[in-house]
Design a protein around this ligand. Structure first.
Ligand SMILES: Nc1ncnc2c1ncn2[C@@H]1O[C@H](COP(=O)(O)OP(=O)(O)OP(=O)(O)O)[C@@H](O)[C@H]1O
Ligand SMILES: [Mg+2]
Length: 354
């Protein structure tokens, strides 16, 4: 099968200028006073930050590939490089057969991108339909084909009834669907969707997921989508890469990824009163195979513990009595098969959204 994306060693380093730490807090007041006295202003230091760090990626025609990772993992930076919007600092390979470093403008003209700021590119002085007509003209779609293509897309994104509305008169989810329709006008075979359901309500998000599936199945569009919602990746993607701090930390189908955690069952405990060493105590409870803990509020010891067990009922019973004995307040317990969040936690020791 043809590879639409085939890249290796993709890297992007940002140069960040930041104020020196010694000027924070009360030192900052001194700096203001000293600058009033005509002294030199605060010193800034330059730091290099590796946002994407040596990524290899191959995407087959017809796939829906999910890029899953927490905030700041490098998902958008990776997408921008693959779309030809951001020059990589290193790497090689092709997108749609064009060189990812040397032919970014050719790539840009052949792919579609829906960014989280989907409203950019939507003209509020044009109706929903007029917006699509405008972009059809920009894409150079022959007049005769425009009408049919716009009608099909309005049906696809379920906006036919709203075609004469102004964009401000439709909901945020509908505007997101308008942005997706706009990006599909060009009938590109490769579409990048950067967090397509961000800020949408559950119903709006479900509709977006439904038609991502439809454009893939009915129109044969290859999709690369980013998300930090594990259920979204699980539901839509034939393959998922998990990104953390600019690197791929795991890759496979949702079920392959879950097998990384093992065939064991999972108990996830949300609690306060947790302290260092608690995970060692949990590891020694009956039937426990492993335990990982992350505390996000050190002052009250609030966090979560992920416990792998061979016997879920026995461990749950012992875990809860251990919590009672140690004055730990349990806020919630989830148990069952591992999900992608557990996979991420298992690999990195952190949650996807924490
Ligand atoms: N133009 C820039 N200059 C400096 N740093 C940047 C720039 N763009 C991104 N970064 C940094 O690179 C890292 C990766 O950012 P990126 O936007 O790719 O993450 P992301 O995975 O898309 O996160 P999110 O889920 O929040 O959208 C972040 O730490 C970010 O601060
Ligand atoms: Mg992003």
């Amino acid at each position: 099968m043809a590879k639409l994306i085939d890249v290796a060693q993709m890297r992007k380093t940002f140069r960040v200028r930041e104020r020196s730490a010694r000027f924070s807090g009360s030192a900052r007041r001194e700096r203001i006073v000293s600058s009033l006295r005509d002294r030199p202003a605060a010193r800034k230091r330059t730091r290099f930050f590796s946002a994407v760090d040596g990524i290899r990626l191959a995407v087959d025609s017809g796939e829906i590939l999910g890029v899953l990772g927490p905030n700041g993992a490098g998902k958008t930076t990776l997408i921008k490089m693959l779309c030809g919007l951001l020059r990589p600092d290193g790497g090689e390979g092709t997108v749609l057969g064009y060189d990812v470093c040397r032919e970014p403008s050719r790539i840009r003209s052949k792919v579609s991108l829906v960014a989280p700021t989907a409203d950019i590119g939507t003209d509020n002085n044009l109706t929903v339909r007029e917006n699509l007509e405008f972009w059809a003209a920009v894409y150079g779609i022959p007049r005769k084909q425009q009408r049919r293509r716009i009608d099909t897309l309005l049906e696809l994104v379920q906006l036919k009834e709203k075609e004469s509305y102004w964009p401000m008169g439709i909901s945020a989810g509908m505007r997101q669907r308008l942005a997706i329709a706009r990006s599909l006008l060009a009938e590109n075979e490769l579409v990048f969707l950067d967090e397509p359901t961000v800020k949408l309500d559950p119903d709006g998000a479900r509709r977006i997921r439904d038609f991502i599936r439809r454009i893939n199945q009915e129109n044969g569009v290859t999709v690369l989508l980013t998300t930090h919602l594990m259920h979204e990746a699980e539901e839509l993607c034939s393959r998922i890469i998990v990104l953390d701090e600019g690197k791929i930390v795991a890759e496979g189908s949702a079920s392959e990824l879950k097998q990384l955690v093992g065939r064991e069952q999972i108990i996830e405990l949300f609690a306060s009163g947790l302290s260092v060493g608690a995970e060692d105590q949990i590891r020694s409870l009956p039937a426990v195979l492993d335990a990982d803990m992350s505390i996000w509020d050190g002052a009250v010891g609030e966090g979560r513990v992920l416990v792998k067990t061979a016997k879920i009922e026995r461990t749950t019973e012992h875990l809860l009595s251990w919590a009672r004995r140690n004055g730990i307040r349990v806020h919630g317990v989830r148990s069952g098969e591992p999900n992608l969040e557990d996979v991420f936690f298992d690999i990195t020791g952190r949650g996807l959204t924490a």
